[in-house]
Design a protein. Structure first.
Length: 320
């Protein structure tokens, strides 16, 4: 995976936010932090896999520009998210040091920065590649910044489930950028990330439920309770395991991917089972953070296996 003015959000659903106001213009590192660079890395990686599994013949310069613009678009949506969420970021320990609540960047600066990057990334992607990819990137930015950040996040405990679509779209945008269409390969990758997102984030939410409650965010543990959240983590993980093996069944995942998918899927199930069983004290926290950490490794290794297999196949085709 934030519109007009910060004042639009003030009211009953979104408290007015007045950060410490320093001089206009933060450091370059502060503006870079607004882009959520760790998320950008994941976006670049998954979009690249979406490109590679397409086996499209494309100019490497065009592919590189497309990948860069997908990354910039993701960063833009992250920036707009930070602009809109500055009020709740200020009251949560893990986000209080972000550039806006810390007073290093003014909200209006972040808003302008996010809008410029959003428009620029979409236009350049359309001109460099095609307008289907540009339209999908625009949809991703709007979905994350507006639908998720401004509505779902504060309105429903299903925020992560529905909002996860924004984070799952980069492979689809990547495939569209190099082929001009959306195929089954990128849709399966979308589905994997989409189903992976709830157990990944809800594991963290079990540990951080107090902070989410303090910020007024209706995360699943705060609304449905931790026991219901644990059950849903198990159910989503049960869906994820066979879905993670779908590329093998569909012929674009080989034996390496199959082994990684099976072993990683069983690891996810084991982690979900630990979260379900351990419900008190330090054991509960360790189980939840263990699943959260392993889920990141699972997705990275899963997509790395696919990238290795497909990338090697493309390399051989070029040499042939």
């Amino acid at each position: 995976m934030t519109v007009l003015s910060n004042s639009l959000g003030a009211g009953a659903d979104r408290p007015a936010f007045a950060p410490a106001m320093g001089a206009a213009g933060g450091e370059v590192s502060d503006f870079f932090a607004l882009l959520k660079p760790r998320v950008m890395v994941l976006v670049i990686f998954t979009a690249l896999v979406g490109m590679v599994v397409s086996h499209a013949s494309v100019n490497p310069v065009v592919a590189g520009i497309s990948l860069l613009m997908i990354a910039v678009g993701a960063g833009a949506s992250g920036c707009l998210n930070m602009w809109w969420d500055a009020d709740i970021d200020a009251v949560m320990t893990r986000t209080a040091t972000r550039p806006i609540p810390a007073g290093r960047i003014r909200p209006d600066e972040a808003l302008a920065f996010g809008i410029v990057l959003s428009v620029g990334s979409v236009l350049i992607l359309g001109l460099a590649s095609n307008w289907l990819a540009a339209g999908l990137l625009a949809f991703t930015i709007v979905f994350y910044a507006v639908i998720y950040s401004m509505w779902l996040k504060r309105a429903t405990p299903q925020n992560i489930v529905i909002g996860g679509a924004a984070g799952a779209l980069p492979p689809v945008v990547g495939q569209a950028a190099v082929t001009g269409h959306v195929g089954i390969e990128s849709l399966i990758l979308f589905a994997i990330i989409f189903i992976w997102t709830p157990p990944h984030f809800w594991a963290l939410a079990l540990v951080k439920s107090g902070e989410y409650a303090k910020a007024g965010i209706p995360m699943m543990p705060n609304v449905a309770g931790p026991d219901s959240t644990r059950r849903q983590i198990v159910w989503y993980t049960l869906l994820l395991v066979p879905l993670g093996l779908a590329p093998v069944a569909l012929g674009f995942g080989g034996w390496l991917y199959g082994v990684v998918g099976l072993v990683g899927g069983l690891g996810m199930l084991a982690g979900a089972a630990q979260v379900y069983r351990r419900r008190e004290g330090e054991a509960e926290r360790k189980a939840a953070m263990g699943l959260f950490g392993f889920s990141i490794l699972y997705l990275f290794v899963l997509f790395s296996a696919l990238l290795a297999e497909q990338g090697l196949g493309l390399f051989r085709a070029v040499l042939a």
